[in-house]
Design a protein around this ligand. Structure first.
Ligand SMILES: O=C(O)C(=O)C[C@]1(C(=O)O)C=C[C@@H](O)C=C1
Length: 275
């Protein structure tokens, strides 16, 4: 456990809080993903924990976009935790009495079939715990959130495990001003844009990894915000940016792309990493 301050998406009782608790006891809550990142960039906190992807809903776009366009932070670690969603309300009621539910967009997405089945209307909040807090304060409607949030905000648990499937996991990243040294079991996250839209453009880049037997664990694209048809690609690969073969490929990639940013090298998540 580290002593320095670590920022997380709050308030208390979010899934980000659960992930951040694995890293530190000295946690500070912020109300948005951008304010977590700003706290690390300004030095207010040494590290920040933000969600980056979910096994049902996919990428957390705000995290990807902010890492590219707004902040210069490095990924120091990844944390994967199982996500079980619960329906919470201020009083005991049956699911069929619930008409409106509040939660984070990712959580609402992960529970969408359940909400549809019960005819419940979804409303967004900045986090699951912000929704729980709102329901506790107004005494109205329901929230989707953690059991910890039910305990903290004194809410009744109306239903449990309401997500679409039982293998729901979210991957969080620990952001810092530096990434991690080589451990031998690492991953590297990079992002880049192609010079031009031409046949085989992305294939040429990907073939650099294939030829060197480097396994890619994720590929994603986001609009570059320069107009339709312009994209930024995000790739996670196995290995460290300082490994000999990977550092050569990354240099080659930098020369052959119009935009290139290394988001960081970090140990591949294992359950025992933070114990
Ligand atoms: O609102 C929370 O509890 C969060 O920590 C955010 C978040 C996310 O953005 O993905 C984290 C995990 C779950 O996937 C749902 C919501």
């Amino acid at each position: 456990m580290v002593e320095y301050k670590v920022a997380f998406l709050g308030p208390q009782g979010t899934f980000s809080h659960e992930a951040a608790s694995l890293v530190s006891d000295n946690l500070v809550s912020y109300c948005s993903i951008q304010s977590v990142m700003a706290a690390v960039e300004s030095g207010e906190c040494v590290q920040g924990i933000v969600p980056i992807e979910n096994s049902i809903e996919g990428p957390v776009n705000l995290t990807l976009d902010s890492l590219i366009h707004n902040f210069d932070l490095k990924i120091k670690n990844e944390i994967v935790i199982p996500i079980n969603h619960n329906l919470l309300a201020a009083r005991d009621m049956s699911v069929d009495e619930v008409e409106n539910v509040y939660s984070h967009s990712q959580a609402l997405g992960q529970c969408q079939p359940y909400l549809e089945r019960h005819g419940i209307t979804a409303h967004y909040t900045l986090s699951t715990a912000a929704a729980a807090k709102r329901v506790a304060e107004t005494g109205q409607d329901a929230a989707i959130g953690t059991l910890k949030a039910a305990e903290l905000y004194n809410l009744k648990v109306i239903d449990t495990n309401i997500q679409e499937n039982f293998n729901n996991e979210t991957r969080f990243v620990v952001l810092d001003s530096n990434d991690s040294p080589i451990t031998g079991k690492d991953k590297t996250s990079i992002s880049f844009s192609l010079f031009e839209d031409k046949p085989g453009g992305l294939y040429e880049i990907l073939s650099l990894f294939a030829k060197n037997d480097i396994n890619l664990t994720k590929i994603e694209s986001r609009p570059s915000k320069e107009g339709l048809g312009h994209y930024i690609f995000f790739i996670d690969l196995e290995g460290h940016r300082l490994d000999d073969d990977i550092s050569l490929i990354l240099k080659d990639l930098e020369r052959n792309t119009s935009f290139f940013k290394i988001l960081g090298s970090y140990p591949i998540f294992r359950d025992d990493l933070f114990k």
